[in-house]
Write a protein that binds this ligand. Structure first.
Ligand SMILES: [Ca+2]
Length: 353
């Protein structure tokens, strides 16, 4: 049985409950397939703003009981050397891409009902056109404590929300040129990467890079709690999802890139700030059969939470990650979403050989 692939559907069609999904896998609702029209082209070849990540062997996966089921078994992986963006792709950089190509992001296009109909139960009536208008998912804090199994309590599918309008109509990225771009789908991120003469990192490259040369540590900075000052990442302090105390200086929103100290490889914001897309398809059991040398992910996706929805990997957690809720700024933490989903806390960075 297919699960709905977006909060939009959860709200508008009221077809499914999420009661059996583990809390830690809840926070990233997905968006439905869109028509892909942009034709970006590679124009940039520079490694300016990138760090050389050395080749190495490391233990990939969780080293302790904090890990979720898909982070096991721990397995050794060799990764070749590569270049990686030292920061998440910023609004300014993404604007240059859009200016050069005329690219239209997934969130800026109306939902295609013919595509959507393939993923919902037969006989589902077509929603009103107004509900298929360009939209994206925006975080809205709840008024108080809520059922943490039900992400519709803090995610709203908002018409007009996109990378230029992170909180929806009326908001803008003016003054936030140096913040990571958000509301980008995997398709958008891959299009940017091609244009820039780069690519998205594999999941193995991403985890090797975030560890920054440290061996078997929980976070990119070591094992010290994310809640110990000085703060090491833009995350969520207080009571999720209704009271962000913003002790790190950024309340339920992005921080400018480089606001926190880099890891041992000179990479900023590998933990927190925004989720980062990887090139791999997501499979919950991939670590049981992963190749040892430069794994590139499975040939197809399988997420037991939503078996009918192909998904790509995301890493690093976001400004909405809370120590008691998902703690996905851990180096081993995995997340997944459909390639046509972009949210207010979803961005990316690129690599090249
Ligand atoms: Ca914060």
């Amino acid at each position: 049985m297919y699960y709905l692939t977006s909060l939009f559907l959860v709200i508008s069609l009221t077809l499914f409950g999420q009661a059996n999904i583990p809390i830690c896998h809840v926070p990233t609702p997905t968006r439905l397939k869109q028509i892909r029209t942009a034709k970006p082209k590679a124009t940039l070849k520079s490694v300016v703003g990138m760090k050389r990540i050395p080749a190495g062997v490391f233990s990939m996966g969780s080293h302790d009981a904090q890990g979720r089921a898909d982070e096991y078994p721990l397995h050794h992986v060799h990764v070749n050397a590569f270049w990686m963006d030292e920061t998440e792709v910023t609004n300014a950089a993404f604007a240059a891409f859009v200016k050069a190509t005329g690219y239209l992001t997934t969130a800026e296009k109306a939902i295609n009902w013919a595509e959507l109909a393939k993923q919902v139960p037969k006989g589902t009536p077509k929603p009103a056109d107004s509900l298929l208008a360009p939209s994206s998912l925006v975080f809205v804090p709840s008024a108080g404590p809520v059922d943490l199994y039900d992400y519709s309590q803090w995610w709203a599918f908002k018409r007009g929300a996109d990378w230029r309008h992170p909180e929806g109509p009326g908001s803008s990225i003016k003054g936030r040129e140096n913040h990571p771009v958000v509301h980008v789908s995997w398709d958008d991120a891959a299009a940017y990467a091609r244009w820039a003469g780069k690519r998205l990192p594999t999941e193995a490259e991403w985890e090797w890079a975030t560890r920054g040369g440290l061996k078997d540590k929980v976070y990119p900075w070591g094992n010290e709690s994310v809640n110990n000052a000085p703060y090491k990442a833009n995350s969520f302090q207080g009571h999720f999802p209704y009271e962000d105390q913003a002790l790190d200086g950024y309340k339920s929103t992005t921080a400018p890139v480089k606001s926190f100290a880099p890891n041992g490889f000179g990479l900023y914001d590998m933990a927190g700030n925004v989720w980062e897309w990887c090139s791999d398809w997501y499979r919950s059991d991939y670590y049981k059969k992963s190749p040892v040398i430069n794994p590139k992910g499975p040939s197809s996706s399988y997420d037991p939470d939503e078996p009918g929805v192909p998904k790509r990997v995301m890493r690093g957690g976001s400004f909405l990650c809370h120590d008691g809720y998902c703690s996905s700024y851990r180096s081993a933490a995995r997340m997944k979403s459909s390639p046509d989903s972009g949210l207010q806390h979803t961005g990316f960075r690129c690599v090249k050989n």
